[in-house]
Design a binder for this molecule. Sequence first.
Ligand code: 6R9
Length: 656
Amino acid sequence: MTEETLSNLLHENRRFEPPAELAAAANVKASAYDDAAADREGFWAAAAERLAWTKKWDRVLDWDNPPFAKWFVGGELNVAYNCVDRHVEAGNGDRVAIHWVGEPADEARDITYADLQAEVSRAANALTSLGIGKGDPVAIYMPMIPEAIFAMLACARIGAPHTVVFGGFSAEALGSRLEDFKAKLVVTSDGGYRRGTASALKPAVDEARQISSRAGHDVGRVLVVRRTGQEVAFDEDVDVWWHDVVDSASPEHTPESFDSEHPLFVMYTSGTTGKPKGILHTTGGYLTQCAFTHWEVFDLKPETDVYWCTADIGWITGHSYIVYGPLANGVTQVLYEGTPDSPERGRWWQIIADKKVTVFYTAPTAIRSFMKQGREIPDRHDMSSLRILGSVGEPINPEAYIWYRLVIGGDRTPVVDTWWQTETGAIMISPLPGVTAGKPGSAMTALPGVSADVVNDEGVPVPHGSGGYLVLTSPWPSMLRTIWGDDQRYIDTYWSRFRDQGFYFAGDGAKKDEDGDLWVLGRVDDVMNVSGHRLSTTEIESALVSHPKVAEAAVVGATDPDTGQAVVAFVILRENAGDGGEGIAKELSDHVRTQIGPIAKPRQIMIVPELPKTRSGKIMRRLLRDVAEKREVGDTTTLADSTIMELISAGQATST
Ligand code: 6R9
């Protein structure tokens, strides 16, 4: 990026020091950075020692054949034993593992570690009786109910790799994953609750099986949890009820040990085009880094903390920071089935107050939608139990960060902005709540044991105060091992861009500020080029969101005959701003001009009721670009709500 890079984000100069008490009792101190720098492999070996291994590794890292890594070579362990049984054996069987909160207000269930041990053992025995064993791929397509976690851990327990497909994905998306993964069995439910209504899941599985079958792969069995009680088609040759085979199975099960590099799961990422990429994670290194980072970044105190991550288990955050990391650490956590606004808009804050949640982890998109509703709703609830707040999934705008800290965290709680990816498996760049003086909008620095940098087109690290591409310069334990069934695509996608340097290309743009702290700007395909100036969508979005009438903004670069690309902004107003008043578009445009500079001034601003987002909360700028360039809107199948594009295209929009 050039010197002209515009940086309203970097004008942000507030700092938040760690609370003294938290710093004094922090799990990880500043010295960890030096320890890890002095002996990276030794540092990760010590992190691995926090787990229970049945056979110790011979070698920490085998990087003889890059980019194919092996961690804790020769070691053996069982992931489910580490997440469940060992806590019971340590005398913590009575500790609640999961406070499950159903969407219907009167439904809840507390599951202790001892309960979890029995449930996972039953499920493991049932899977075995259905012919599933070590190495057999299992797909999981479920709502946010405890059985989803039982199923994942049961697979891990018997060495059957799983792929969890988000319950909101279509039959089409599920079918292609079943085929690619060669799933032998699918675990699902009749349906699930969303916004107060029961919606079906099982019919999508039936259809997906047909799709997979036409593509040449037959799924043998389907294990069905009864959740809503709705009517479902049932084929006795294929389908089996969970309550028939799991409830009657023995609650005793002896876990077998698996090699450190045994496949644990595949998570498909929604690539922008073509076939989804199946990201493979393995056993020892993945669990080591998930568990360690969860303990480190959230300063976790398993005896006293109540942790809640609002992600869905159908994406990587749910895997690493609901299932594997937190359970490996033996913490008590909340698992919530429904949407934030059901039955009313304060539901999340009510849950925090009821369960006395201490550590809360969510996404900027959620925070911005609460900002839109105004602080009156959270202000009705006592959230004084909170001590640490986390953010993941997108860059968090300084405005959203400040609001989160102030309104949700009562101006006491550090906010940890955690950068990572499906591919990295665990958090890579983040402040440490007891060490770092946080800057709103910055993910700060690579965690101890992780090495990240920002490089230019030639792969040369940029000086402080400049921008470029985010890279990871050394292998890390929870790194993806390959793309399922496609080693070449793994090499091409991540390791070719900076092949000479041997750097992992993350696909994100970033800046190093004058202190060397990192500001992740979003995917490099979200970088615009307007009259030769590199502009980041995030910077302009941040400028828009800093206007008092704006709740959320998405910016795209649309082809422009004069400037190459031009800035087009889609804006959701805050509820108390009404329709924004006459001249709102000009008002916002002028605001961007004063915040960043005339070059960043949008060509067009559209006021919209909603933005198109994937189920993991990422804005689908591709679709907005279609609207901005007046094309027919492309494929919307991965949208959380497919009607949104109709609303936007139907001209509910005001423009400059
Ligand atoms: C965990 C997860 C990965 C992409 C990543 C980046 C964006 C995630 C971020 C962030 C800025 C953060 N991203 N966390 N950008 N700051 N704290 O989200 O995984 O779904 O694979 O997405 O998300 O663009 O490359 P995944």
